[in-house]
Design a protein around this ligand. Sequence first.
Ligand code: HDE
Length: 739
Amino acid sequence: MQRLALHYPPLDPAAEPPTEHILQQSNPTMSNIISQAGQMAKEALTSAPDSKKIEDLKNEFKETGKDARLTTDYGVKQTSADDWLRIVSDDKIGPSLLEDPFARERIMRFDHERIPERVVHARGSGAFGKFRVYESASDLTFAPVLTDTSRETPVFVRFSTVLGSRGSADTVRDVRGFATKFYTEEGNWDLVGNNIPVFFIQDAIKFPDVIHAGKPEPHNEVPQAQTAHNNFWDFQFNHTEATHMFTWAMSDRAIPRSYRMMQGFGVNTFTLINAEGKRHFVKFIWTPELGVHSLVWDEALKLAGQDPDFHRKDLWEAIENGAYPKWKFGIQAIAEEDEHKFDFDILDATKIWPEDLVPVRYIGEMELNRNPDEFFPQTEQIAFCTSHVVPGIGFSDDPLLQGRNFSYFDTQLSRLGVNFQELPINRPVCPVMNFNRDGAMRHTISRGTVNYYPNRFDACPPATHKEGGYLEYAEKVAGIKARARSSKFKEHFSQAQLFWNSMSKVEKNHIINALGFELDHCEDPVVYGRMVQRLADIDIGLAQTVAEMVGGEAPTTTSHPNHGKKTINLSQTEFPPETPTIKSRRVAILIADGYDNVAYDAAYAAISANLAIPLVIGPRRSKVTAANGSTVQPHHHFEGFRSTMVDAIFIPGGAKAVEQLSKNGRALHWIREAFGHLKAIGATGEAVDLVAKAIALPEVTVSNEAEVNESYGVVTLKQVRPESFKDTVKIAKGAAGFL
Ligand code: HDE
């Protein structure tokens, strides 16, 4: 961001009035400064390999080089970081002195390290990247970020869970936040979305209730980062409008495999205005290049304990390895005159716009390619506001969005203070100039003698639309003041049924099991008993199955029979990767002393060549010796690392190694657990029988003497031929459900 300094010429009463004339000629003036700033910005863009935002941030970096010496915050070099200044005599310790400014500063700074965590979405992780449109949306908007195909817009994206505290686990069942800050040349645009396209409530006034009901209960602060408790489900029963959303929240979408494998949805209805002044209602959608994938519930539960930072590490690791995650950016658009042509209200955030009615037009692409330098000042202090849009993009009367536009700005004031937009991560890359002043932690220094407008210098006047001033759409609004919603907002079950019907058989089973888990955690019979009745409004069969699991009375009739309709692109099976790949996936190679080094080397090479991550797991982390006497130091040992943390496993043969592995309970557990979690398992030589023994299921064929054999995701090859490994890895891709 170019902070503009205002130098005003001294006022000479005899001189000409300071009008246009001054603006154009004297130096520096507003117009000069702005054009200089624009020029500097352009140069920075063309000459720097880093994005303009990264260049901008470089001004703030503090490096701790080896020549640097420890100083206080006021710059004085410190002589000790170990001992408080105190009285000592005859090798005896006396009292510590309050006068020690070094020690007091350290403790005082530490005492104040915490700021309030986000009231929702406290747990999160972020990265820098870039956004580009490959097809102009100029028929819909005049916003260059969506029309200029030559432009690369820097972004920062923060992913999050909703309910847990800052230190909670990543893999809990929850909605995921997907918030993007676009640092555009016209100002910041914050698209604050989720990985589920609808929300629990229609009106923002209910937000405190839905969140209180989901967060830990007030009397004992239990449970953490879970919706599996009485209050959450009590709220769901009392809000029929939440039915659609909770069905999504019970689906696999709420336990993503990775942030990199989730869709993102703006959820709310926004508007776009084109150069002719025509307005469309729109929804924004991100779809990942890697496809949409989830964990299975057992895996998610275990990972929450085994590796609570699983998603955070996954994103970091992928970016460090150059496997930059990418999303396509799409728009659904409805012309203003078609607003009322649907049997749902298009401003109701508990409804999707089914893609068979309103297709998604993909026009752009985002790539995340740089990890933050420091978590707190960047990922923690980034502040999103739904009200931050750029010219050409506008709001709608969606009652959830209207409330959000108030809430986000307000919450940043209590979290970060009134000058939150000056923080390096939040400040725009374009010039910022206004007469907002002062407030806690203000650090911009504005030069000049006036801090108001209009002023006698005509400094900093508002922009015309031609100059890029924000254009408010001249919407005609008439009505009576009332606490009410339109009648279409009152229909609450049709799309919950649409979602349920559109799920595959496996996905339906997962929803049943999720409801079974959640309602089992509700001790109050009123809660699970009533919820089971509610499920009949989605599907009577679903309600009956869950009733049997959780102990509620099974409903026999419903006033909302399932309409039987389906739509496209709700099942995540419809989102395979654009190109099948195991890139950035983790593959464990299980070894013990005497392992077959030929198979090991071939598998290791094939995994690396496919840009996946081979992780060698042994009985210990000290060296393990192969059949030919060579040694390797495993990355981890069986106890230290678990099958939940990888996508596939491979076991090379070797008679001695396999004998040891077959006696090692933890190694057998690795194989069984990986199979139970639907992971690809590869084995060669003697390890084929080991896998057969561990899985012990007659329908899984694991032995074939000569050819690569694949059954239920288990790929075996009795006779090792290194050249077969290319195919083996390919087959494993399909088997693991990577496709
Ligand atoms: Fe948020 N939400 N929200 N929300 N939300 C916040 O703002 C709020 C809603 C979402 O990574 C808060 O900076 C209201 C829908 C994300 O920093 C707060 C309503 C969607 C994030 C807030 C909603 C979201 C937030 C808390 C109902 C999906 C994290 C901290 C009207 C489209 C952003 C903060 C980040 C954060 C309010 C509903 C997504 C309190 C009042 C719908 C991704 O302002």
